[in-house]
Write a protein that binds this ligand. Structure first.
Ligand SMILES: Cc1cc2nc3c(=O)[nH]c(=O)nc-3n(C[C@H](O)[C@H](O)[C@H](O)COP(=O)(O)OP(=O)(O)OC[C@H]3O[C@@H](n4cnc5c(N)ncnc54)[C@H](O)[C@@H]3O)c2cc1C
Length: 405
């Protein structure tokens, strides 16, 4: 059997490795002059390739029910066993799994050695432009030649980070076969805002609770570090909320980030402030707030509340005190957009999971066509969840091809 894998990223490479045996010829067609270009950038060059625990809450899709089988303990263990078997020693940092070497190249090189050891053919600098099916045979057109094969695996990634090769070219190839593509939108991405004081907070990092409100209702929240920038908000918490915001904005919904700058105050805020002020007699409001807020944030909070910096807390009216406490617990930052595909780590959306068999990744519409990785309508939070999705889908597709008579 001849199998053509289109795309030499994480999911394509792991699929090819699992599909190859003495009876199967496997050819990877890759647009770049090397395999796994994106993998080298992951985890800031350290490759956070798995997590130490998984739950459905870490993933997002329009068809979440599909993920129950897909994320089975067995499928996750198989990924772990595979990386053990190719000699990647891991380390666990707060649940995030990295290679012990701290180098993404350890993971990439181990995968490439497996590709070479198994005798998988790789055609570099090859862009697939069209795929046709006649009878049971596929023809794969690369512009200057046509390859014929029995099975095709599409692993071309999404639109995210196109400089690594993934420019969304897989979607029209699948649409031509009748597949439904849920509009892929940037995810794990920075959010932009027209908040008037954003230039003043540029560079600040602080520990907060970040909530996302859609049409006035909280739909998700994250606790951790936020990075405040001159265009808006960034950091892991923002990234994990971003797919909700991009989808909401795409549907013309109003998206607002609320920043709780005092997550350590779990009691009622006003009595807490009263007590804190009593302990800090003689300080003006700006000096008082500097006891627990970043210096750049203090004047912003006071400007939003229309309170002068030199007054003392006890001189504030009850209404001003309430406004101040309310703002400290939830500064409103309107979200106007997101950074684009060039900056996002993954896409939310993709091929509808309703059209894929969850145990083999084969298309339900076209026999012999398999779809893996980020092309699918599955995206995960930060923490190794996206690569895990690529490894699982690649292994499932590869194994089912390997086991075929
Ligand atoms: C900066 C950054 C950091 C990240 N960090 C992490 C992390 O730490 N942990 C984590 O889990 N996830 C991380 N991700 C996400 C993760 O890297 C991706 O989800 C994953 O690499 C997607 O794999 P894939 O095989 O689906 O597609 P890709 O890796 O995008 O590979 C697709 C391949 O197909 C090729 N291709 C595309 N079109 C064609 C065509 N028409 N013909 C031939 N070849 C084609 C491309 O050149 C590319 O090599 C990160 C992403 C980015 C951008």
């Amino acid at each position: 059997m001849r199998i053509v894998v289109i795309g030499g990223g994480a999911s394509g490479v792991i699929c090819a490795i699992h599909a190859k045996n003495d009876a199967n010829e496997v050819i990877i067609l890759e647009k770049n002059d090397k395999l796994l270009k994106k993998l080298l950038l992951t985890g800031n060059g350290r490759c956070n390739y798995m997590h130490d625990s998984y739950s459905l809450r870490d993933y997002h899709s329009q068809n979440m029910e599909y993920l129950e089988d897909f994320l089975s303990e067995k499928n996750i263990q198989d990924v772990s066993y595979f990386f053990d078997s190719i000699g990647v020693i891991s380390k666990n940092k707060n649940g995030y799994i990295y290679p012990f070497s701290n180098q993404a190249s350890t993971v990439r090189d181990a995968l490439i050695r497996e590709v070479e050891r198994k005798g998988i053919v790789v055609n570099y600098d090859t862009v697939v432009k069209d795929i046709q099916k006649k009878g049971t045979q596929f023809s794969v057109d690369t512009g200057d030649r046509v390859l014929y094969c029995d099975k095709v695996v599409l692993a071309t990634g999404s639109y995210a980070y196109p400089k690594t090769g993934s420019d969304g070219s897989g979607y029209p190839l699948l649409e031509a076969f009748g597949h439904t593509i849920i509009k892929p939108l940037p995810a794990l991405v920075q959010l932009t805002s027209d908040f008037p004081y954003r230039k003043d907070w540029d560079g600040v990092r602080c520990d907060v609770i970040l909530s996302l409100e859609e049409e006035g209702e909280e739909i998700a929240r994250e606790e951790g570090e936020v990075q405040l920038t001159d265009y808006g908000v960034s950091g892991i918490c923002t990234f994990n909320l971003s797919h909700y915001a991009t989808r909401g904005l795409y549907e013309n919904k109003k998206e607002v980030i609320k920043i709780n700058f005092v997550p350590f105050i779990e009691t009622l805020m006003t009595p807490w402030m009263d007590r804190y002020n009593k302990k800090n007699e003689g300080k003006n409001i700006s000096e008082l707030l500097q006891g627990f807020l970043n210096k750049k944030i203090v004047p912003i909070i006071l400007k939003v509340c229309h309170i002068r910096e030199d007054v003392s807390y006890e001189d504030l009216t009850n209404e001003e005190k309430l406004t101040l406490c309310h703002t400290l617990k939830g500064l409103s930052v309107p979200i106007t957009g997101t950074k684009d595909y060039e900056s996002c780590q993954v896409c939310n959306g993709g091929v509808s999971l309703k059209e894929i068999y969850s145990d083999t990744m084969e298309s339900k519409l076209v026999d012999g066509l398999y779809i893996t990785g980020e092309l699918l309508d599955i995206n995960g939070d930060c923490g190794g969840f996206n690569l895990t999705e690529c490894w699982i889908s690649g292994i499932l597709a590869g194994r089912s091809l390997e086991e075929m008579e």
